[in-house]
Design a protein around this ligand. Structure first.
Ligand SMILES: [Zn+2]
Length: 294
């Protein structure tokens, strides 16, 4: 398959503290008979923003909007993977919520990831990989729960957060948090482009820059449900995805549109469904752990 080309390269982080970094080389098996076993949606919070037009420029000025925050747990044989880690667990029970952009959006968390994993007999230490869509705080807020997992981030994203501090104080807050949280894992794997994680076509990272420089999406292959793409923040709302609408906060508008178009092509090629992380209307209709897709 052409769109998931075998051009990706892997750069392991050259830090003395990192050990046992696995070799995530990019191979492309195209459509595959191999599948993951289960896909669980994990409730990773929700948020209220006071101006929808930030996500839908030119429309919905001053209208409030509620977003979901969704993580996923993937079972692949004996391996467990988390896709994103959600709003920080310290937010739980705080009526004021948590935010890195408090004048615009506030996040809340009703239940911890740990308690949701416990509901199916797992603990955070059972998670082998944490795949990071991008480094915004509502996606990496609980990386600290998985200190021994291999954390997989795009090289471009890691470079971005480790560039000199931006002059925008809002961005500075985000970047400082991301640097702190991504400093925690013992095994950090930096990847470039698309990655076929197990070289069997069942779990594929798809590079979708635009929201941030190293944003990525994830496609999994299930025995009954077929191919499912987990959006990351390639789009926030189904309508945005359908109409190529780019949020004002995205770092690159044309890359954002190109990434949405790329996902559309892959959806057509693989007959894949798209689960959009922050689209609360859609997320509320999806199965939630302990229920799962298989
Ligand atoms: Zn997000």
């Amino acid at each position: 398959m052409k769109s998931l080309s075998a051009t990706a390269a892997v750069l392991s982080v050259a830090l003395a503290s990192l050990a046992n970094v696995s070799d995530l080389s990019a191979t492309d098996s195209g459509k595959s008979a191999s599948t993951i076993d289960r896909l669980y949606r994990v409730d990773c919070g929700h948020s209220l923003a006071n101006d929808e037009s930030v996500w839908t420029p030119g429309e919905n000025k001053g209208k409030s909007i509620e977003f979901s925050s969704t993580c996923y747990l993937i079972q692949h044989g004996a391996d467990y993977l988390m896709w994103d880690t959600g709003v920080p667990e310290s937010t739980i029970g705080d009526p004021k919520g948590w935010s890195t952009l408090p004048s615009l959006i506030v996040y809340h968390l009703d239940r911890t990831i740990s308690s949701q994993l416990a509901a199916i007999g797992l603990k955070p230490a059972d998670v082998d990989y944490v795949l990071v869509s991008h480094t915004h705080g509502d996606h990496i807020g609980n990386i600290g729960l998985f200190p021994d997992a291999t954390v997989v981030v795009q090289q471009a994203e890691y470079q971005w957060i480790n560039s000199p501090p931006p002059s925008d104080p809002n961005l500075n807050t985000l970047v400082t948090l991301a640097r702190k949280l991504l400093g925690q894992p013992r095994r950090l794997e930096l990847v470039t482009g698309d990655i076929d994680l197990f070289r069997d076509g069942s779990v594929k990272l798809i590079s979708t820059p635009g929201h941030t420089p190293g944003s990525q999406s994830l496609m999994v292959h299930l025995p009954k449900s077929g191919y499912v793409i987990l959006s990351g923040d390639v789009a926030h709302l189904e309508d945005n995805f359908e109409r190529d609408i780019v949020p004002a906060l995205n770092v690159d508008k044309s890359e954002s549109v190109a990434s949405m178009d790329r996902i559309k092509k892959i959806m057509a090629e693989y007959d894949a469904q798209l689960f959009i992380n922050h689209d609360k209307h859609q997320a509320d209709q999806l199965k939630l752990l302990p229920d799962y897709y298989d």
